[in-house]
Design a protein around this ligand. Structure first.
Ligand code: PRP
Length: 180
């Protein structure tokens, strides 16, 4: 049977090593502070929990759920808030944690939204960055890996809700999304 994946992009071990490096960087930058980490559901869940477990600083966490894609692979350019933060963030240091920045639509919108709530600061931490797809500029403060413009899944990332539980990150084979 033909595999759904063309190749492995990032093995779990390599991801884990980079996540530990990011956590060490965040520990240094937020020493003496208690930032609020905001996980953007659902793709970031594994990255979020792996990253936060490696931190030594005290931290708070919350989640948001937003929608911009539907089931396809192209952004619609619109962002809809499905679940907002539970509490106000006035005066807090906020770190948004994402799995991937693609067009930049989601994170530029979210950053502006959270900044409008008078926090002490808002930074962005993303595991993956696909700069070739950028349509809206976003300042990324913590970045795990820069990756090529290929359709990837695994470690939380899906295609039509499939493959999220794969421990490694794979390039999805084009036959799966009908472009053989
Ligand atoms: C993905 C990802 C980001 C967004 C990035 O989420 O988690 O939120 O797309 O794309 P952009 O830079 O083009 O805005 P998705 O909508 O696939 O939802 P999911 O995390 O629940 O899979």
């Amino acid at each position: 049977m033909q595999s759904d994946f063309s190749r492995v992009l990032l093995r779990r071990e390599e991801i884990g090593k980079r996540v530990a490096e990011l956590a060490a960087e965040i520990d240094r930058d937020y020493a003496g502070k208690t930032p609020l980490f905001v996980g953007i559901l659902k793709g970031s869940v594994f990255f979020f929990t792996d990253l936060l477990q490696q931190l030594h600083i005290p931290a708070q966490l919350d989640f948001m759920s937003v929608s911009s894609y539907g089931n396809g692979d192209q952004t619609s350019g619109r962002v809809r808030i499905m679940k907002d933060l539970d509490r106000p963030i006035e005066g807090q240091h906020v770190v948004i944690v994402e799995d991937i920045i693609d067009s930049g639509t989601t994170l530029s919108y979210l950053k502006r939204l959270l900044e409008s709530r008078n926090p002490a600061s808002v930074r962005i931490c993303t595991l993956l960055d696909k700069p070739d797809r950028r349509r809206t500029e976003v300042a990324v403060d913590y970045r795990g890996f820069v990756i090529p413009d290929e359709f990837i899944v695994g470690y939380g990332l899906d295609y039509a809700e499939r493959y999220r539980l794969e421990p490694d990150i794979y390039v999805l084979d084009p036959h799966v999304y009908g472009k053989e």
